[in-house]
Design a protein. Structure first.
Length: 256
């Protein structure tokens, strides 16, 4: 109920001075990737309600879902529970800085695209941002010409999600929609099945060790050998093709 209230509040927010500097009629046509964005989920993080209101008014209609967080704690909850494709985050927030949040995300996830917002140009922040593989770095006030360029860079990072991945002659996976198609029929996948399949598909050139599966699929929560064996078995059954291989004592890989 809290998140619904937050979004309704944003929708009803009156135009402010900050809104006024955004020429919406001018900037909307600049979003050149509208069809692609419509399949993606955006997480926007800023403690300034006026900035969030402006961003929501401009961007929400172009994404499948747009989630708003005013602090790092709420942002982490959204990230863990939703299939977030792009993160746009301020780096200066109460009690925590956005870069610490980004650094935590990057420990286990190099797939999500990240754009950071800041009112500062401090070189230490820039260096930390570069080390965290940030896709775009935008100084405030928001410049949507730069944002458009940032979205373009973001799409390059997640381009693998935007086209169906051919697993076998009869099996396709659409990562953006989390859809597995087998013999022209959609097969339902659970959240962990999607995470495991995407982890293997994104790393087709290497063996994925057990500890990495634990970190990403179980998010460092308890993972038993039986639970992992069951997940692999269910995923293999749904794929209906023998493409998930095991290297004893090393890990798993997908052969496509």
């Amino acid at each position: 109920m809290g998140r619904i209230y937050w979004i309704l509040k944003i929708k009803c927010w009156k135009m402010t001075k900050y809104h006024a500097v955004l020429d919406l009629d001018f900037v909307l046509p600049m979003l050149t990737h509208k069809p692609v964005l419509k399949n993606l989920n955006l997480l926007f993080i800023d403690d300034n309600i006026e900035v969030s209101a402006s961003a929501y008014q401009l961007l929400s209609k172009y994404f499948k879902n747009m989630y708003l967080a005013s602090n790092v704690e709420n942002a982490l909850k959204f990230y863990l529970k939703k299939n977030v494709d792009i993160i746009i985050s301020d780096i200066q927030m109460p009690n925590n800085d956005g870069l610490s949040f980004i650094e935590k995300i990057r420990q286990n996830d190099n797939h999500v695209a990240i754009i950071i917002l800041t009112a500062f140009t401090d070189t230490d922040y820039l260096l930390r941002a570069a080390n965290s593989q940030i896709d775009a770095y935008i100084t405030k006030p928001l410049n949507f010409q730069k944002l458009n360029a940032g979205l373009e860079a973001s799409i390059k990072r997640i381009a693998w999600k935007l086209q169906p991945i051919v697993i076998s002659e009869d099996t396709l996976y659409h990562a953006a929609q989390k859809k597995l198609i087998v013999k022209n029929e959609e097969v339902s996948l659970g959240n962990k099945e999607c995470l495991l399949l995407e982890l293997l598909l994104f790393n087709t050139n290497r063996i994925v060790p057990k500890n990495e599966i634990h970190n990403i699929v179980w998010n460092n929560q308890e993972m038993t050998d039986a639970a992992l064996k069951n997940l692999l078995g269910e995923l293999r059954k749904k794929l209906q093709c023998d493409v998930i291989k095991n290297q004893p004592a090393r890990g798993w890989y997908i052969e496509i």
